[in-house]
Design a protein around this ligand. Sequence first.
Ligand code: NDP
Ligand code: OXD
Length: 309
Amino acid sequence: MSIAIICPNRDVSDWVTALHAHDPTLTVEVWPGISKPGEVEFVLTWNHPAGLLRQFPKLKCISSLGAGVNHLLNDSTCPPGIPLVRLVDIDLMQSMAEYVLHGVLEHVRRFDDYRHQQALGQWALQNGPHLAEVGIGVMGCGALGSYVAGKLADFGFSVSAWSRTPKQGARMPVFSGEAGLGDFLKQADILVCLLPLTAETENILNMQTFSQLPPKAFLINVARGAHLVDADLLAALDAGQLSGALLDVFRVEPLPREHPFWAHPKIRLTPHVASVTNPHSAALQIVENYHRAITGRQLTNLVDRQRGY
Ligand code: NDP
Ligand code: OXD
């Protein structure tokens, strides 16, 4: 009986240590050095090579090493009967909130302008709005979206969120479904994407969406690169429809050196670091799910394959 960690091009020694801290008796094998594939009952993976997951005849559960699962659902050879789980973790939520709050404040308080002024030796005051006047729309009201929206509301922004299904009793307006999208977008001076990547949400950050935002809205995409139609973002920025964008995720990662986003004056980008899973915070739920899987108990943070998240 073992757990296999499959994360190409990543040092996972911290994960091994963190899993053993919760259960020193675990056998943890790291791909590509898995000596006994026939013993693997639980796989922990990020961007596994397609087809690999078929090689474990005793597999009982596949866990994403992050919050997203599109890397698993995109692999048509991922064994269909094996449950998929993902990570829902307070550290992941907190660090996502830090990233988004930073992006929002940098934009609203005009820090880009001040950096530019500094380079020119200019001393000039830029007036920004009162935070309550700034509408922020968070797309996705799940583990990360609802946490981030709450932190932004604590800060004093006028926050609303958008989800697939209606939400009762939320502390902020939550719009839902296609029917609620227009009303959600029209008050989002800053649009934050925290949706899972599914057939419905792919390409959702497009010109039609941008055109429903208030003029000069700002975009933060921290979800997946394929949510965004790259050419539409460039066109919306060039037309002045959007005033800028902060992007953490891209269709192709690493972002190819020749991509126009790198040098665009209205785009700031980071290399998919908005929220990186901390092994020491997330290991306990993995160990618990491992024990649940091998004893046939109900798993936590189960993914609905039909729904796509
Ligand atoms: P959850 O599954 O908890 O939440 C997803 C939310 O999106 C839910 O509110 C869901 O609605 C909503 N949603 C799904 N489909 C639609 C749709 N068609 N229309 C409207 N709303 C929809 O996911 P998490 O919050 O944990 O994570 C979100 C994403 O963040 C991940 O999938 C991943 O891609 C990304 N991520 C990025 C990181 C980074 O470092 N850049 C780090 C971690 C995650 P409902 O509530 O009705 O089901
Ligand atoms: C995730 C991510 O989904 O890091 O956890 O993008």
